[in-house]
Every structure is written in C-alpha cells, then in structure tokens.
Ligand binder design. Structure first.
Ligand code: C5P
Length: 218
C-alpha cells in the first residue's frame, strides 16, 4: 500500500504548522514543513547575495543547497539557519522566490522525498493540489486575518523580535495576496480539501478535528 499522506494547506500564520506537527506526533508519522524549504531558498539567496529577480540563479542555488532538519534546527549547507528562517523578512522573500516555477519544480522532488512509512503529514500552500494530489486527507486550515496577525505577533515577540501590529497585518495581507494570485500553485481552498476555520479554536481542538477526520477515512 502507498505511504499515507495528510495534506494541510492554508495561509500564513493560520496555525497550520503547529497543528500539522502535532497531528504527525499523535500518529507517529513524519512531518514536512514545506514553507521551511522555500524559506531556506530565501536564506541561501541572501547568503550568496543573489537578487530575488534572478529566477535562473535562484533555481540553481536551490538545486545545489544541502538541507537537513536535525536537533530541532534547520541546517543549510552545514550552517545553522534556524534563526534566519523564522524572520518576517525571510517569509516575505520566500513568497517572492516561491512564485518562480523553476524553483517550485526543483523543490517538488525534495518534498516528495519526505514521504516515508508509516506516513507523512505535510503542511504548506500546495500540498494537496500539487505535491501530494493523491493524499488521502486534505485540509484547508485558516483563521480570520486579525486572529492570524495576533498569532504571528505573539510568535515574533516570543522570539524576541519586536514588530508593530499594523506592520504584521500588512505583511500577512500582502503575502497572502501574492500566494493566492500567482499563476503557479496558488493558495486556494480546493473543493477536495476539508475546510477548517480555527479562528475561535484552540490548537488542541484543531488537532482533534483532523485526527477525527483521519479516523473516519482509514
Ligand atoms: O508557511 P510559510 O510562511 O513558512 O511559507 C513561506 C512562504 O513560502 C509562503 O508565503 C509561500 O509563498 C511559500 N510556500 C509555497 N508553497 C508551500 C509552502 C510555502 O509557495 N507549499
């Protein structure tokens, strides 16, 4: 039987990362944070001083980079990139890089490589639509913009990164718009994904809902 996949897609700061990781832990499955791969391309580009307009060089850098997730950290070409990875600047750069078809193609194989027994929970923007179209459960996980802004703001503060609330709202709005309107693999609630609005929901409740859906299906 093929390795089962649960695909969880949704906008920035929806809480999908937290929820997906916990669903994976509950099931004892592997977890793929696909956004981290796009963020790593952005970090690699910054390290190499590449212009974000240069699709060709970006795709080459992406093909050449070695990445490793170990000890709760992300390593890029052997150097710890965990801190750079989570900044807002990296998120914004990642969404620019992610609009290039050649970059997406290079990352496709890498992402599929995470699919291993006993199963994979993958989160991102196009897990159910492009990367794992045959996933047995697809979820579109979202929350209202003010709720997502609160979550992102709290996350940034906890990391000691100061940010003004209006700037956080504006960054999220711009990034969502870019992710939703790009021609390749746009962020969208496809009809084969179950819709989960977590605005008034705890992470626990969201995890329980998804585990319930999975049980109904397996
Ligand atoms: O999820 P996260 O905010 O870490 O993703 C950073 C950016 O990477 C997103 O804004 C999006 O443009 C891009 N991305 C993507 N496809 C994915 C995951 C992330 O295009 N599967």
């Amino acid at each position: 039987a093929p390795v089962p996949v649960i695909a969880i897609d949704g906008p920035s700061a929806s809480g999908k990362g937290t929820v997906a990781e916990r669903v994976a832990r509950e099931l004892g499955w592997h977890y793929l944070d696909s956004g981290a791969l796009y963020r790593l391309v952005a970090v690699a580009a910054a390290r190499a001083g590449l212009s974000l307009d240069d699709e060709g060089r970006l795709a080459e850098t992406c093909a050449a980079m070695t990445i490793e997730f170990r000890d709760g950290k992300a390593w890029l070409d052997g150097i710890d990139a965990s801190e750079d990875l989570r900044s807002e600047a990296t998120g914004i750069a990642a969404s620019k890089v992610a609009a290039y078809p050649r970059v997406r193609t290079v990352l496709l194989t890498r992402q599929r490589g995470f699919r291993r027994l006993p199963g994979l929970v993958a989160d991102g923007r196009d897990m159910g639509s492009v990367v794992f179209p045959e996933a047995r459960l697809k979820v579109f996980l979202t929350a209202a913009l003010p709720v997502r802004a609160e979550r992102r703001h709290k996350q940034l503060m906890e990391k000691g990164m100061y940010a003004k609330m209006p700037d956080v709202v504006e960054d999220l709005r711009r990034r969502d718009e870019r992710d939703a309107t790009r021609p390749v693999a746009p962020l969208r609630h496809y009809s084969d994904a179950l819709f989960l609005d977590t605005s008034g929901m705890t992470a626990d409740a969201a995890v329980a809902t998804i585990l319930g859906w999975w049980r109904e299906r397996s």
